[in-house]
Design a protein around this ligand. Structure first.
Ligand SMILES: Cc1cc2nc3c(=O)[nH]c(=O)nc-3n(C[C@H](O)[C@H](O)[C@H](O)COP(=O)(O)OP(=O)(O)OC[C@H]3O[C@@H](n4cnc5c(N)ncnc54)[C@H](O)[C@@H]3O)c2cc1C
Length: 438
């Protein structure tokens, strides 16, 4: 082993592992506790690691690995690998924090305490909840079984299943290819249809497009929430012969007959059974039970109840939330978490210093709507569902440049800037590109 590698890579890891394992006290206390070391949790922890001491900043996260989930769409289409989207959690957490590799099982907001599954209690002064959304494959009868068998059923929404999508795609020769959007909030609401467009393009490239009927069944009443981009997507579906059924929800899968049952959400008793060769399922999602069941912490829908601009909890002023688990009515994306990370950092710092909250989140979210192996519509918008585009040209078009940005540039931006606390979304670039020097 060369000495440079030993000093730069191996020793820091062993030192950091030691700092985790050496914690033998089961009652911890810290200034800031971040629960969840995913996209939002890591970004904010990295910012505070520059300001707090290691024993003041705790991150509670059970996973050994961290995934850059936005790559899953491309991996499902055969571009990139799961390994490329994965890092060890210890590599993405800031060095200057204490990682507790455990799950939160109880939030006691009145006493500023979090309990973990191993029986530890963490007393905090300030709390950031960043536990994301859980995929609930178990909620659709037949789905888990179908995913475990060579059934034509696949899903990009999990590191466990995403490789199966490309296998199914390669074996697809004829029949029905169906793509679903569930009757629940989801992370990256564009992803259920991105894989539909990629499949259509794949079949065209293979010369068998005419043999497969492609259908996108969504529980929503619209193809996309922002009209500008919805118009562009309807046009694409029409041009490429993709059938779109709104208000259509997947109820059940009969794996042995390769048949899916859909309900019409306008007429709940109306069920339709459809045979499939390929069925890409976006599962129902919800916040983890520990959040959703805690009525002090969450709203009626189970999301951490924060004020939508400040991201501060509506009742507990020392508590904030970021990312998919928060009640903010934005599109749940990593891009949104990037914009929120700066707001959380400044406003939480203000609460720590006893000063006024200084920043407001405008609902910015972005969704790179990949429409083929060389095209993408980069949707960017705010709380009003008005486009909030970074580039000084119309983005509601399929562009190669946006595809290359998504495939080649965004992953590096994520690993090297966002998770290090140095990316707050493109607001500054947008202003520069639009000569907005206010
Ligand atoms: C297929 C797919 C495609 C996507 N495409 C895009 C895209 O193109 N662009 C984009 O911007 N976004 C995209 N996203 C969405 C993006 O990945 C998420 O919005 C983002 O990761 C949310 O960050 P988060 O921190 O809220 O949650 P996560 O990153 O999911 O992190 C949550 C963390 O909390 C931990 N946790 C859960 N429960 C507990 C507990 N009880 N105690 C402690 N820790 C806990 C989990 O282990 C996890 O590490 C995509 C997602 C998927 C799945």
């Amino acid at each position: 082993m060369n000495s440079k590698f030993l000093y730069r890579k191996v020793l820091p890891l062993t030192r950091r592992t030691f700092s985790i394992n050496s914690i033998i006290n089961h009652n911890h206390s810290c200034k800031l506790l971040v629960v969840g070391g995913g996209t939002g949790g890591c970004s904010v922890a990295a910012k505070f690691a520059k300001k707090l001491k290691k024993n003041e900043l705790f991150v509670l996260e059970p996973s050994e690995h961290h995934y850059y989930q936005p790559l899953f769409t491309l991996i499902g289409a055969g571009v990139g690998t799961v390994k490329g989207a994965r890092r060890n959690e210890i590599e993405v957490l800031p060095e200057n924090c204490t990682w507790l590799k455990d799950n939160a099982v109880e939030f006691d907001l009145k006493n500023n305490q979090v309990k973990t599954s191993k029986g530890d209690t963490i007393q905090y002064e300030f709390l950031l909840v960043a536990v994301g959304l859980e995929t609930r494959y178990d909620k659709i009868p037949g789905l888990l079984e179908a995913l475990s068998l060579p059934s034509g059923v696949c899903s990009n929404y999990s590191a466990k299943y995403v490789n199966k999508t490309y296998e199914v795609l390669q074996n697809l020769k004829d029949g029905n290819a169906i793509f679903t959007f569930p009757n629940s909030p989801v992370k990256c609401p564009g992803a259920p249809q991105k894989i539909c467009y990629l499949t259509e393009h794949y079949l065209r490239k293979k010369g068998i497009r005419k043999d497969v009927k492609i259908t996108y069944n969504t529980s929503l009443g619209v193809i996309f929430g922002v009209k500008t981009y919805a118009d562009a997507l309807w046009k694409i579906c029409k041009e490429r012969g993709i059938n779109v059924n709104l208000k259509t929800n997947l109820k059940e899968i009969d794996v042995f007959n390769k048949e899916a049952t859909f309900e019409n959400l306008n007429i709940p008793e109306e069920l339709t059974k459809v045979k499939f060769s390929m069925l890409h399922v976006t599962p129902p999602m919800c916040t983890p039970e520990v959040v959703g069941n805690n009525k002090e912490l969450s709203n009626a829908e189970g999301f951490v109840e924060v004020e939508k601009n400040t991201l501060q909890h509506c009742r507990y002023k020392n508590v904030f939330a970021i990312g998919d688990c928060s009640s903010t009515p934005n599109s749940k994306t990593a891009a949104a978490a990037a914009a929120q990370s700066n707001v959380v950092y400044h406003n939480l710092s203000a609460v720590m210093n006893g000063s006024n909250l200084s920043l407001a989140y405008d609902g910015y979210a972005s969704c790179p709507l990949i429409t083929g192996y060389n095209s993408c519509i980069l949707a960017e918008f705010d709380y009003n569902l008005s486009p909030l585009e970074t580039f000084p040209f119309r983005q509601d078009r399929e562009l190669l440049s946006m595809y290359l940005l998504k495939k080649n540039f965004m992953p590096s931006l994520y690993w090297h800037f966002m998770l290090k606390g140095n990316w707050n979304g493109p607001a500054t670039f947008r202003k520069l590109m639009h000569f907005d020097f206010k």
